[in-house]
Each structure stands twice: as structure tokens, then as C-alpha cells.
Design a protein around this ligand. Structure first.
Ligand SMILES: *[C@@H]1O[C@H](CO)[C@@H](O)[C@H](O)[C@H]1NC(C)=O
Ligand SMILES: *[C@@H]1O[C@H](CO)[C@@H](O)[C@H](O)[C@H]1NC(C)=O
Ligand SMILES: *[C@@H]1O[C@H](CO)[C@@H](O)[C@H](O)[C@H]1NC(C)=O
Ligand SMILES: *[C@@H]1O[C@H](CO)[C@@H](O)[C@H](O)[C@H]1NC(C)=O
Ligand SMILES: *[C@@H]1O[C@H](CO)[C@@H](O)[C@H](O)[C@H]1NC(C)=O
Ligand SMILES: *[C@@H]1O[C@H](CO)[C@@H](O)[C@H](O)[C@H]1NC(C)=O
Ligand SMILES: *[C@@H]1O[C@H](CO)[C@@H](O)[C@H](O)[C@H]1NC(C)=O
Ligand SMILES: *[C@@H]1O[C@H](CO)[C@@H](O)[C@H](O)[C@H]1NC(C)=O
Ligand SMILES: *[C@@H]1O[C@H](CO)[C@@H](O)[C@H](O)[C@H]1NC(C)=O
Ligand SMILES: *[C@@H]1O[C@H](CO)[C@@H](O)[C@H](O)[C@H]1NC(C)=O
Ligand SMILES: *[C@@H]1O[C@H](CO)[C@@H](O)[C@H](O)[C@H]1NC(C)=O
Ligand SMILES: *[C@@H]1O[C@H](CO)[C@@H](O)[C@H](O)[C@H]1NC(C)=O
Length: 650
């Protein structure tokens, strides 16, 4: 999805549930009075009213078709702090001072001290004189008052707080002294997790300076330790502290960078995924994972695109980048982390590759690579594919092995670009060029096109390609398009192209107000969270998809995750805050979970002997492995409908 001009959405309705820590970008949800205006158009929803419906299920082995095995997947990109401050479990905000901050800093995304606060008589400032690495040139300087007493240091407030619960937290940071301002009496540093509201300390650890490892005048030293938490904090208003005894360091100057705190992660991966959010992806029954975007793949300029090779290797070498959703990305959640997450959950990776088109560079205009300059774009993709799938005798495959994964990753799906209907006049040469270049090298990959001939794009998709289509719509749209895929092949003259509903959701409720234009100002707004009415629309659409497994191969709701403290788009599948107890799975999540767990292996022939679709909608499948029949029925109307199922009819 994409906004044409603004990154900010406003919520039109109060929360369905209350989130004590949550704060939307507007301090209060816009309390626009929609009573007189927001009238749901029930006419269509009522359909045939309460007229009874009877269906016959034919259990003969003939006439069944295999269901699409990957139908219910997950779309992910770093939007609404779903990556940094989200599924990426790093608990420190702005850990390397790149400006990877919790708030929308806007341009120029410069380095900042956001998230850090002094403890005692110290002054914190940015320093460019003591680079930690080429990628992380700006560090934090801490000057301790010459007369300081007691405890001195700094704390980091996390991503709107830090979740503290029983478990082990890994701490790491880099530190260095200033030779001219360090008198050598430092004996230890303390790290701790403390309440930001009370004087409770949840865990504390002392790091002793030794002859082998100390904060040196001459070079950076990495310190690692663990904080063991034994009891849950009552809330997530907690901070990470790094402190000294002023009697040892008064007058000294120190430098810090890459300050990191990891709770236990999903499947215990170092540098991994937030445990509860990873579990939620698994629990849905998710079959595939589309990453890294979304617009966040494209960048606001060619230089700001997601560069896969810059997201690899030690964190100290990851500079991060200006993300597309108003905040800086650390790239700590990089290509390896995504692939390992896919492996850990057992999901098919659906890799979005940069296809030579970037967005509007904050008003400067979007950019496409010219037709005769596409070669480096292809080479970059081929290198990326070699990194993922090449054996260790290849340059990039060998690098992957060095990073700890000698086995090639299994990769079957590659999407060429994202939403290239924004650039049809260049996609019509970019796609064919990249398609043949990738296909020549990797004939077994299924390639996905991010645009198609919706208008006069002059784009022919070769057989076997899957078309990624996005639908942010009203419930009535989804009802009206229940049969969209029934005759799609004939209508579009497509015998061999499949469909990937790569992003979809009910994002607004039918009303007498005009339909939302993404950049339209309030009061024409999105619903903040999926509602019952949302999933009636989405569910009917999915039934239509499930009935046509030869056409619709995959579907993923979007956006999937949203940190409630930084909402760039709603509704979302799963909302969360720093407090794991506040994670909320939406109605749309439960709908997909239900469907994913009752997909069945084959569609069953079903006929109606009485009544018609609307307001009742149905589909039937069978799981041949366990011999279970699934009948899914949705009533979009407001009346009770008599419904009977005749099983085993001829
Ligand atoms: C309500 O839906 C019906 C059926 O689609 C349509 O004919 C009618 O124009 C709609 N009314 C409004 C106010 O949108
Ligand atoms: C902090 O340290 C500075 C410099 O040593 C000193 O001038 C100042 O009085 C101290 N302030 C406090 C509150 O201790
Ligand atoms: C809590 O954190 C805020 C910054 O988020 C800070 O200004 C305040 O001093 C902290 N309070 C305590 C008790 O640590
Ligand atoms: C600090 O570490 C360096 C290098 O390991 C060592 O040479 C030096 O003696 C240490 N300093 C102290 C005060 O222990
Ligand atoms: C989360 O819930 C657990 C179990 O009810 C409780 O012990 C803990 O204090 C809660 N944590 C937060 C941060 O609310
Ligand atoms: C460091 O932690 C230890 C153990 O909790 C404590 O005794 C000591 O006072 C702390 N030192 C500082 C400087 O806070
Ligand atoms: C080092 O710091 C300690 C504590 O502030 C102080 O007592 C001592 O005089 C300092 N030494 C030097 C050489 O500055
Ligand atoms: C924490 O550190 C331990 C010991 O080094 C390691 O086994 C574990 O994987 C780490 N966990 C995370 C989340 O980094
Ligand atoms: C498609 O081709 C037609 C005829 O040559 C041309 O008018 C149109 O602009 C092309 N469309 C795009 C998106 O390039
Ligand atoms: C493609 O798949 C076929 C059949 O599974 C296999 O024999 C062949 O080696 C694969 N080719 C490549 C380039 O992976
Ligand atoms: C299976 O596919 C065939 C060919 O498209 C179609 O005629 C038939 O109705 C499908 N069966 C089911 C149960 O959807
Ligand atoms: C259904 O909605 C219509 C108005 O749209 C109303 O007249 C009717 O009473 C409703 N039926 C029920 C059972 O609520």
C-alpha cells in the first residue's frame, strides 16, 4: 500500500480495547462525530434476507481439486515500528545513535540521542570524533561532572518502555575512554533494569574492569553480560541503566555505542524475533512470509532502497537506512534474520527483490532505472539469490556459510518489485528484463509480478508467473467480488497465470461518505482495528479465493504488525506495545487462523438445492489425510437463515 502524500493516518474511532501505554500519533484518537454520517449500507448485506439455503456436498472422489497449500500467509515490512521496536527483539531504542528513534523525526533522519537520559551529574552529547566503525561513525559522549557524587551514567527508555519478565536478558555495549580525561581508577560498571515509576530494580549486574578487559583509552572494547530477571514487573514502564560510581569517574569522559539488550527470543535465536510475536505468526498456521516489503523495499530514492547486502554480518557493520515509513531502520532485522525466522516457523519465504524503481524522495519525484541501465539491478538480484541459495563454492554462498548457515536456504518464490502499477511505463521493460535474467539462472523459481495489465500496461506475464494484486477495500466490495476469481481466467484470457492476493484488508466501513482516497484528509478515515464487519467482507472474499485454488495461490493480510505507539497505517492484523501482555490479535487474525487450520487438502463439489449466495456464503473442502469435511459459512445479513447441509449427495 502507499500514501501519495502523507505518512500520518488518523484514527476515527476510539479503541475497541484499551491500551494503557498506547499513544497514537495524534495524542487522542480523532473523535470525529460520525453519527449521522456513518451509515452502513445494509442493502447489499441483506441480500436475500432470511430465505433458507440448502447445499449438497458431493463426497465422490471425482471433481475435487487440490486446495492451494500456501494460501494463508503473512505479509511483513517495517511499518508502524513492526520491525525496529516490533518483531526485532532489540529492546534498546536508537542503540547506535543513527536516529533509529521511536518518534517520527522527519527529515533529515540525522543521528540523535533520542531515548537516552543522564543519570546524576553527567552531560550526554553526540560525538563524531570517535567512530565505532565505518558503519556507525557517530557515538555518544558522556562527560561526568568533576564534582559529581553518587551514581552517574545514563538510561535508555526502550521502545516506549521495556518488557520485564522472568528470564535472561543479554546485554552488550561498546565503550572507550578519553585518554586526556580518564584517570584510571574505574573498577566496575553496573547495568540494570529498573522501573521508571518506582525505585524498583528488576535485575542488576556488575561488570568488573580487568587487566584483560576494561574501558580503555585507546580502543573500543565490547562488554557482554546477562541480566537475570526473577519476577515480572507490573508494567512496561522500565528502562535500561548503565551506571558508574562517581567517586571513581568524576571528571572523566567516556564514549558508548551499539548498546543492546535482548530478551529471550523466538526459538532462542541470537539477534532474533520477539518471542510472543514470533509465536503469533506460527500460531496462525502461516504458510509463507513475504518480506521485506512493501514500499520499504523500494526506498524513497534509489540510494535509500533496502540493500540486502548491507543488512548482513556483524551489527557493528550495519549502518541502517532511512526507512519508508518516517523512521530510520537499523537493519538489525536483516536478510539472514528474515530467512532464519522463515526456517524457524516453517514458512515459505517470498522474497521481494528491488526491481529498479524507487519512490518519491520526499517530493523530488519517483525514479526508475532507464531501460539500458538495468544490468546492475539484475546483477544485484542474482547476487542476492546466490547468497540465499548458492552452495559454499560460490562467492555469496560462501559468505552465507561464514555467517553461520552453510546449508543453502530453500527459496521458491521471488517477487519482482512492489506495487509496480505506480510505474507501469517502466515496469513494462523492467519486468521482462529481470524475469528472463532470473529465470535463466534459476529456472525453478516461481516469479511474482507486482503489476499486471489492469490498464494499458503493455505487460505480458509468461506462463507460471503469479500476479500480486492488492485490495484495501470496503466490506461491500469484497462481497460483490466473491465470484471475482470464478471466471477470472476466461475473462482475462489467462490460462497460466496465478494470483497472489499479496495485501488485502477491509480498511474502511461502508458509509454514505465518499470512499477513501488514501491521501484524503479526515474525517474520511480508516477503521483503527479490524471489526466483525471487516472479517465478514474479508471472509467472503477468502471463500471466493478458496473455491478457486487453481487461480488464487496465496493471500496475506496487510499490514500485519503495528506498534500502537507509532501507527502509520491501520487497521492491522496484530497490535502490540512493549508490554507483551498487551499484544492483541484482531478479528482478521482469528479469521485467517480459522481458515488456515481448516483449509483441507481438496475442494469439494457443492451445489445449492435451495436459495442463493448473499447473505449466506459458503465453500466446502475435505482433508483427505484425516477424512474431515470443512464447510465454511458466513452470514453477512442481519437475519437468521435456515441452512441445511446434505452430505454425500450425488
Ligand atoms: C447500497 O447498496 C445497494 C446495492 O449495492 C446500492 O444499489 C445502493 O445504491 C447503495 N446505497 C448507498 C447509499 O450507497
Ligand atoms: C555538575 O558538575 C559540574 C562540573 O563539575 C559542576 O559545576 C556542577 O556544580 C555539578 N552540578 C551538580 C548538580 O552537582
Ligand atoms: C522516566 O523516563 C523519563 C523519560 O522517558 C524521564 O524523563 C524520567 O526521569 C524517568 N523517571 C524515572 C523515575 O526514572
Ligand atoms: C586495560 O586493558 C589493556 C588491554 O587489555 C591493558 O593493557 C591495561 O593494562 C588495562 N588497564 C587496566 C587499568 O587494567
Ligand atoms: C503480564 O501478566 C503477568 C501474568 O498475569 C503478570 O505477572 C505481569 O506482571 C504482567 N506484566 C505486565 C508488564 O503487565
Ligand atoms: C552495582 O551493583 C552492585 C550489586 O547490585 C551494588 O552493590 C553496587 O552498589 C552497584 N554500584 C553502582 C555504582 O551502582
Ligand atoms: C582520579 O579520580 C579520583 C576520584 O575522583 C580522584 O580521587 C583522584 O584524585 C583522581 N586521580 C587523578 C590522577 O586525577
Ligand atoms: C544470549 O546469550 C546466550 C549466551 O551467549 C546465547 O546462548 C543466547 O542465544 C543469547 N540469546 C539472545 C536472544 O541473544
Ligand atoms: C502501452 O502501449 C500503448 C500503445 O503503444 C501506449 O499508448 C501506452 O502509453 C502504453 N502504456 C504504457 C503504460 O506504457
Ligand atoms: C530444478 O528442479 C528439477 C526437478 O526437481 C531439478 O532436477 C533441477 O536440478 C532443478 N534445477 C535447478 C537449477 O535447481
Ligand atoms: C475443479 O476444477 C474444475 C476445472 O476448473 C472445475 O470444473 C470444478 O468445478 C472444480 N471442482 C471444485 C470442487 O471446485
Ligand atoms: C435488518 O435491517 C433492516 C434495515 O436495514 C431492518 O429493517 C430489519 O428490521 C433488520 N432485521 C433484523 C432482524 O434486525
Amino acid at each position: 500500500m502507499r500514501f501519495s502524500s502523507t505518512l500520518i493516518t488518523l484514527a476515527s474511532v476510539p479503541y475497541v480495547l484499551s491500551f494503557p501505554n498506547a499513544k497514537r500519533q495524534t495524542d487522542e484518537p480523532q473523535q470525529t462525530d460520525l453519527s449521522g454520517q456513518e451509515r452502513i449500507n445494509y442493502t447489499y448485506f441483506e441480500g436475500h434476507g432470511d430465505a433458507p439455503v440448502a447445499i449438497d456436498l458431493n463426497l465422490d472422489a471425482d471433481g475435487r481439486n487440490e486446495t492451494a497449500p500456501l494460501l494463508y500467509g503473512w505479509m511483513f515490512e517495517d511499518i508502524s515500528h513492526s520491525g525496529d521496536g516490533g518483531i526485532y527483539a532489540e529492546a534498546i531504542q536508537n542503540r547506535a545513535f543513527q536516529g533509529s528513534t521511536r518518534d517520527n523525526p522527519g527529515l533529515p533522519f540525522g543521528p540523535s540521542l533520542d531515548g537516552y537520559y543522564p543519570v546524576g551529574n553527567v552531560t550526554l552529547r553526540l560525538s563524531r570524533m570517535q567512530p565505532l566503525s565505518e558503519a556507525l561513525p557517530v557515538v555518544m559522549e558522556m562527560e561526568i561532572g568533576g564534582l559529581a557524587e553518587g551514581e552517574v551514567g545514563f538510561f535508555n527508555e526502550g521502545w516506549w518502555g521495556i518488557n520485564v519478565e522472568p528470564g535472561t536478558y543479554n546485554v552488550s555495549f561498546y565503550a572507550k575512554g578519553n585518554g586526556a580525561r580518564m584517570n584510571g581508577t574505574l573498577s566496575s560498571v553496573n547495568v540494570s533494569l529498573r522501573s521508571n515509576l518506582t525505585d524498583d530494580t528488576w535485575a542488576e549486574q556488575t561488570i568488573e574492569m580487568t587487566e584483560d578487559k576494561n574501558i580503555s583509552y585507546f580502543s573500543w572494547t565490547q562488554f557482554e553480560t546477562q541480566l537475570v530477571v526473577e519476577e515480572s514487573a507490573p508494567n512496561s514502564n522500565n528502562s535500561f541503566y548503565l551506571t558508574f560510581n562517581a567517586s571513581e569517574v568524576a571528571g572523566d569522559v567516556f564514549y558508548f555505542s551499539l548498546i543492546s539488550l535482548f530478551p529471550e527470543t523466538y526459538k532462542n535465536r541470537p539477534n532474533g524475533i520477539r518471542r510472543d510475536l514470533g509465536q503469533i505468526v506460527e500460531d496462525l498456521g502461516t504458510t509463507f512470509f513475504r518480506f521485506p516489503g512493501g514500499n520499504n523495499l523500494e526506498g524513497e530514492s534509489i540510494d535509500q532502497r533496502w540493500k540486502w547486502d548491507k543488512t548482513l554480518g556483524p551489527l557493528i557493520d550495519r549502518a541502517g537506512r532511512v526507512g519508508n515509513w518516517g523512521y530510520y531502520n537499523t537493519d538489525g532485522l536483516g536478510l539472514m534474520e528474515y530467512l532464519l525466522f522463515c526456517e524457524d516457523v516453517g514458512m515459505e519465504p517470498v522474497l521481494g527483490v528491488y526491481s529498479g524503481y524507487s519512490l518519491d524522495n520526499y517530493g523530488a519525484g519517483d525514479t526508475s532505472f532507464p531501460e539500458d541501465a538495468m544490468r546492475p539491478v539484475l546483477e544485484d538480484i542474482l547476487n542476492e539469490l546466490e547468497f540465499i541459495t548458492g552452495n559454499t563454492s560460490t562467492y555469496w554462498g560462501n559468505y552465507r556459510a561464514e555467517l553461520g548457515h552453510p546449508e543453502p536456504f530453500e527459496l521458491n518464490f521471488v517477487e519482482i518489485g512492489n506495487e509496480d502499477w505506480f510505474s507501469p511505463s517502466s515496469y513494462n521493460y523492467r519486468f521482462p528484463y529481470l524475469y528472463s535474467g532470473i529465470k535463466d539462472a534459476y529456472p525453478n523459481l516461481t516469479l511474482i509480478a507486482s503489476a499486471y495489465n489492469e490498464r494499458d500496461y503493455n505487460l505480458t506475464l509468461p506462463p507460471g508467473v503469479i500476479w500480486d494484486t492488492h485490495h484495501y477495500e470496503l466490506p461491500s466490495y469484497f462481497l460483490q467480488n466473491f465470484d471475482f476469481y470464478d471466471n477470472w481466467r476466461e475473462e482475462t484470457n489467462n490460462s497460466d497465470v496465478g494470483v497472489f492476493i499479496g495485501e488485502y484488508s477491509v480498511f474502511q466501513i461502508d458509509s454514505t461518505l465518499p470512499e477513501l482516497n488514501f491521501s484524503r484528509p479526515p474525517p474520511i478515515e480508516h477503521v483503527s482495528s479490524p471489526r466483525l464487519l471487516s472479517i465478514i467482507g474479508e471472509g467472503v472474499y477468502l471463500l471466493g479465493a478458496e473455491r478457486n485454488p487453481d487461480v488464487v495461490r496465496m493471500a496475506g493480510y496487510a499490514p500485519s504488525f503495528c506498534n500502537l505507539n507509532s501507527v502509520q497505517w491501520d487497521p492491522d492484523l496484530v497490535d502490540f506495545t512493549a508490554n507483551y501482555n498487551e499484544t492483541v490479535r484482531s478479528t482478521s487474525y482469528f479469521l485467517q487462523q480459522l481458515f488456515a487450520h481448516s483449509r483441507g487438502t481438496h475442494t469439494l463439489p457443492v451445489t445449492n438445492s435451495e436459495g442463493e449466495f448473499n447473505p449466506l456464503w459458503w465453500s466446502a473442502t475435505i482433508d483427505e489425510d484425516v477424512n474431515a469435511v470443512y464447510v465454511k459459512v458466513i452470514n453477512s445479513g442481519n437475519a437468521t437463515v435456515d441452512f441445511s447441509v446434505n452430505v454425500g449427495a450425488e
